[in-house]
Design a protein around this ligand. Structure first.
Ligand SMILES: Cc1cc2nc3c(=O)[nH]c(=O)nc-3n(C[C@H](O)[C@H](O)[C@H](O)COP(=O)(O)OP(=O)(O)OC[C@H]3O[C@@H](n4cnc5c(N)ncnc54)[C@H](O)[C@@H]3O)c2cc1C
Length: 379
């Protein structure tokens, strides 16, 4: 027997993971995704999956598929100086009693396909090119009007529609908007050089270059740098601009720059934004998950991990608590401090990257290791 009906708004990483978890908990689940198909809803290049992301994916039956297509590392990463000399190693963390690796990397389309296939297999209905125009919480249900002129009634609405969430105003009293940290990142898939067997960071004078293995033969390069948000970049000059940014580097970054940065259309450039919504993350029968309530800059590779954990915890709370109000309250209680730690630690790393002189005591590797160790605690 069904426990009730759920509408998930947003078929991104968090929305799909939540749908699978809620379906396993016995709900009828329907997802509306504003983009026209699986492919067009994916942005960016690769995704870092720290061990806590893998644990949450394991809970919804997706971890092994991610490990099978991705690249698992034996340690988290290391930091090099601008010339390519080793500065520090970061071992990362593993979960006692589990054989999940400290980190797995894969491409975003691969992750979306795994989550979408699993959602379909478990009976989640996904509708593309569709969203809502209005939500009305009657106290006993939520009435929903859709963009295609149809309407419906569900027991619960989950807002999983990302950092510019349209569901958020139905939940929060204040008009919360993401804040630009002051950095933007270039990203580009490249062939995996053998030494890219974990996350490799290389600190330059104006920004942080980095490499992430995302498959046996594939890695991605990123370059995080201070950027005036109003400075527009033309896509057809992206390769030249990125090569110029990486000019001061030696070692791995220089080799990759000279060998692989030649196709401007393959480079993704994104601003880095963050927000943390005040608790609680629900109002009545409408609840928020993922970037809609805790968008995070990519410095710790934890944004997607937190969105997936949200979905697992939300389903557990709906299963174990009596009533929707108690379940949603418990969900925020279990999630808030953990997500806040990730958002604040990521912003702290970004601020240090932009202005190390202002943070002379900041230890990037130690901070990363501390957060990774706290992330293996039970959720
Ligand atoms: C450049 C970059 C690199 C990153 N790298 C990593 C990483 O390596 N590891 C990691 O863990 N995290 C990473 N993150 C963060 C991670 O991508 C996000 O935290 C994660 O995707 C959040 O999932 P979400 O489902 O909440 O939101 P999203 O992934 O943004 O998904 C929201 C979905 O909702 C849809 N949508 C939006 N509005 C509507 C609407 N009105 N109606 C219906 N659908 C709607 C969107 O099309 C989208 O499919 C990175 C982020 C960026 C920007």
């Amino acid at each position: 027997m069904s426990r009730g009906s759920v509408l998930v708004v947003g078929g991104g990483i968090g929305g799909l993971a939540t749908s699978i978890a809620l379906r396993a908990a016995g709900y009828d689940v329907r997802v509306v995704e504003i983009h026209e198909d699986l492919r067009s809803s994916v942005y960016g290049v690769g995704i870092i999956q720290p061990v806590n992301a893998l644990r949450a994916l394991d809970a919804i039956g997706c971890a092994q598929a991610c490990l099978a297509v991705g690249y698992s590392t034996v340690a988290w990463g290391k930091m090099l100086d601008v010339d390519g000399n080793l500065v520090r190693e970061t071992p990362g963390a593993t979960i006692p009693g589990s054989d999940l690796p400290p980190m797995n990397g894969l491409t975003r389309p691969q992750l979306h396909k795994i989550l979408t296939d699993r959602a379909a297999e478990t009976g989640v209905r996904i509708e593309y090119s569709k969203t809502f125009t209005d939500l009305r919480d009657t106290g006993t249900a939520v009435e929903v009007d859709f963009t295609d002129g149809t309407s419906g009634v569900v027991d619960i609405v989950v807002g999983a529609d990302g950092v510019y969430s349209k569901v958020r105003p139905y939940v929060l009293a204040e008009d919360l908007q993401p804040r630009y940290i002051g950095q933007s990142a270039f990203r580009l898939n490249i062939p995996r050089e053998p030494e890219i067997d974990r996350i490799i960071l290389q600190k330059g004078p104006e920004g942080m270059a980095g490499f992430v293995p995302i498959g046996p033969d594939t890695a991605y390069l990123f370059y995080n740098t201070t950027w005036d948000r109003d400075v527009w970049l033309e896509q057809d000059r992206m390769d030249k601009i990125l090569r110029d940014c990486l000019a001061p580097f030696g070692g791995l970054t220089a080799r990759v720059r000279d060998k692989y940065i030649n196709d401007p259309s393959a480079i993704v450039f994104r601003p880095e934004e963050w927000l943390i919504a005040p608790a609680p993350w629900h109002h009545g029968r409408i609840v928020l998950i993922g970037d809609a309530v805790h968008a995070v800059t990519p410095h710790l590779g934890q944004g997607a991990a937190q969105a997936i954990e949200d979905g697992v915890v939300l389903a557990e709370c709906l299963t174990h608590e009596t009533g929707i109000e108690a379940a949603f309250r418990r969900y925020t209680e279990r999630r808030y401090e953990r997500c806040k730690l990730i958002v604040e630690s990521s912003v702290a790393i970004g601020e240090w990257e932009m202005n190390p002189a202002a943070h002379p005591d900041f230890d990037h590797a130690a901070r990363t290791q501390r957060v990774l160790e706290s992330m293996i605690q039970p959720i």
